[in-house]
Design a protein around this ligand. Sequence first.
Ligand SMILES: Cc1cc2nc3c(=O)[nH]c(=O)nc-3n(C[C@H](O)[C@H](O)[C@H](O)COP(=O)(O)O)c2cc1C
Length: 286
Amino acid sequence: MNAKPQHTKKVPQTPRRILGLVASPRSYGNCELFTKEISQHIEGEHTLRLIRLTSLNIKPCRGCYRCIMDNPCPNKDDMEFLMREIVDADAVILSSPVYFLGANGIIKNILDRAFLFYQIIRKTYGTPCILINFYGIKDRLGMAPQMLQTFSAFLGLTVKASVNIQAALPGEALMSKTNLDKAKQLADILFSTKNLRKKYGCPFCNCEIIRIVKKGFICTLCHGHFTADARGGFVKIKEGPVLGPPEHLLLHKEWLKTMKTQFLAKRKELVKIISRYKDIGEWIKP
Ligand SMILES: Cc1cc2nc3c(=O)[nH]c(=O)nc-3n(C[C@H](O)[C@H](O)[C@H](O)COP(=O)(O)O)c2cc1C
């Protein structure tokens, strides 16, 4: 996982393309305005292209694995458009409001289609990104930051900062000097070598949400295994298998392909099991 990236992002274009992915349905809400505020502070010639993710037509993944077998996705929707824009971007600003202790559901809908990201990962790997969650009530962030981190991880984006800003009313995020300073700071680091990564959280990937297991903790993002010492510091046990450079992520795709052979070998047995449940219950629709 910590292997040096063999794929460095293409040299930025002139003007640099900033892509703002806005996961809020609210026009002139915090996500939109703060993204625009950051862009105004980015030095050098650049454009800001904005996509309101909640307006996209993103169908649910059918779980057919056709894309894993390198066949086209049967869903004809806006995924291709979205992926093309992410590939063409020199930097991404991904923002979402917290909705019921998670990011807006469109983030999960897109993530459910992320087998498709394997097609572009070599081109998106290393693209700098900033993740921002807006939330209304003190500390009620739930799992939202982890959801945006997962989104960026499966695209191989380099997270320069993952920030959480409390602001309930549309535009409220821009009423405080602290937040305005933060926007400037985020703009300054986007194309620099600096980042604002937190020093706590998972000792492998900094994710703040961890699962408690019998012998310590498992990170809910990278799935690294670690424990705590007597002073509360984290002690690494084993690196997780989830994240890494494209060649690592693509190993998962290759493994999934082998499942087809397994399926064919067990098909008769599986059909027998399925047939026992076929006529049980009644499917109802609205
Ligand atoms: C349906 C809904 C659910 C929300 N759930 C939460 C929540 O769980 N925690 C929280 O702190 N704020 C919650 N909020 C408040 C929003 O996160 C907050 O207003 C945010 O600034 C909205 O961003 P926007 O202006 O870009 O849409 C919720 C708002 C809505 C509309």
